[in-house]
Write a protein that binds this ligand. Structure first.
Ligand code: DLL
Length: 433
């Protein structure tokens, strides 16, 4: 089953024509309606008329997360406020998040690409989709929701968390498709096994897993333990949310909905565009967004592209699963965390040395953060006499900053390894490539 055969199986020549047309329109819209783009174009000495071919895209300066933060909250919107019908923000918990604004047409496009994605996972009207992505400002919950409505399946808008209830509903409602992060899927499998519930007691046929990095090994484990096809979904708030790309049953890469999102791969050091097949940073341009058109967004996600027809019949270009980042952003239980946020919390506490290390592990299939930090005697005051008290205080400060609980380990001054180059702040023991 293919949701939109015309768009998903388009001949390459036709696709290029369509992409160029849409690109010229979106560049024009961005230039005329977003002061940020007008300024960047003027600085680069280009105008919308300079985009004559798809490769002219390379003339356009990149947009970064920092640019979007500077425009907080609504500075990147290209339409009057009255035309914005919904907003979302990136999943970080503090600092200025990046905001994404949608017109009615943007929401229609989102439900279109999400319907295509769910159809790749075999969804149709008969399916019962248990949607365990968080509902709210995070794009996961509502993005999947719009897709299920479009397909006509039954959505269970259960949102994230409350594992006991998830298990009950999985069993009682006989959910046929589950959508959540891959690490949560493994955690659920574990809880099910503990309760003696097997795949035969459930009705699951597919899972649509994303929002964080995962591996082929994790796919095999999830498929074995939950008895379903585990498929990868990719997306990001700045571009639209989930539904930028999705794996079909061939499981050989994620089809990018390239009639709406135009991909490039660049070398993150030289910023030069790389040829097809080479690994680098994914850069995305929204071809059809109205509310917030984004040109050449540096996703920082590392992948490669491959074109050509897929056994599923779709001609949409494919990207490899994400294997890393070109910056130090972490996703911990689906939440975006930058080490600098933890550093900021630590540096506000007198008596802590600016030497720390963040250790990320995944003991029971759920991410854990441990922060090792050097403490001098000055940390211990009248109120904070004991190590436990000091740890609690630091934990609370970090929690206030990033919204997640972490384990704090106080270590002697000079005990964290010094490095001659860039300090190694993060030791990620989860393996993704
Ligand atoms: O995570 C949107 C989403 C929701 C995608 C539900 C899939 C399912 P953000 O919170 O803005 O949006 O985070 C975007 O998450 O740049 C990647 O680093 C990472 N990411 C998303 N999907 C995948 C994936 C949502 N399938 C950031 N594999 C992106 C690896 C992923 N990383």
């Amino acid at each position: 089953m293919i949701w939109n055969e015309e768009a998903e199986c388009m001949a390459p020549g036709e696709k290029t024509k369509l992409q160029l047309e849409k690109l010229q329109e979106v560049v024009e819209r961005a230039y005329n309606n977003v002061p940020y783009y007008q300024k960047r174009f003027n600085e680069a000495g280009i105008g919308p008329e300079d985009i004559e071919t798809l490769s002219d895209l390379e003339k356009i300066p990149f947009t970064t997360k920092a640019d979007l933060r500077d425009a907080y909250p609504f500075g990147m919107f290209a339409v009057p406020p009255d035309d914005i019908v919904e907003v979302h923000t990136s999943s970080g918990t503090t600092g200025k998040p990046t905001v994404s604004g949608y017109t009615r047409e943007d929401i229609r496009i989102w439900s279109e690409v999400m319907a295509r994605a769910l159809t790749m996972a075999g969804a149709d009207k008969k399916d019962v989709i248990q949607n365990c992505y968080g509902y709210g400002l995070f794009t996961g919950g509502l993005g999947i929701h719009y897709g299920t409505q479009n397909v006509g399946a039954t959505v269970i808008p259960i949102s994230a968390g409350n594992t006991q209830r998830q298990v009950e509903i999985l069993k009682d409602f006989q959910s046929s498709i589950i959508t959540c992060t891959p690490s949560y899927a493994l955690y659920l499998a574990e809880v099910l096994e503990k309760e003696g519930i097997t795949g035969e007691d459930l009705n699951l046929k597919a899972g649509v897993f994303g929002a964080e990095m995962w591996t082929e090994e994790m796919r095999e484990e999830i498929e074995r333990r939950l008895h379903l096809d585990a498929l990868n979904i990719y997306g990001l708030t700045e571009i639209i949310g989930p539904g930028v790309a999705q794996e079909c049953m061939d499981k050989s890469g994620l089809h990018i909905f390239d009639d709406h999102f135009y991909p490039e791969i660049i070398d993150p050091q030289t910023l030069k565009t790389l040829p097809e097949g080479e690994k680098g940073e994914l850069v995305l341009t929204t071809l059809t967004r109205e509310g917030m058109p984004i040109l050449r967004f540096r996703t920082r996600d590392i992948t490669s592209l491959q074109s050509g027809e897929c056994p599923c019949g779709r001609s949409l270009v494919k990207m490899d699963r994400i294997t890393g980042r070109s910056d130090d952003m972490l996703k911990i239980r689906g939440v975006i965390v930058f080490p600098s946020q933890i550093e900021r919390a630590l540096l506000k506490i007198p008596g802590l040395e600016p030497h720390y290390q963040i250790i990320v592990t995944r003991p029971q299939h759920l991410d854990e953060l441990e922060v090792h930090v050097e403490a001098s005697p000055a940390l211990f005051s009248d109120e904070v006499k004991h190590v436990e008290k000091a740890k609690e205080m630091i934990q609370k400060r970090i929690h206030d900053e990033i919204g997640l609980r972490v384990n704090v380990n106080l270590v002697e001054p000079e005990s964290i390894p010094r490095s001659e180059g860039k300090a190694v702040r993060v030791v990620d023991k989860r393996k993704f490539d």
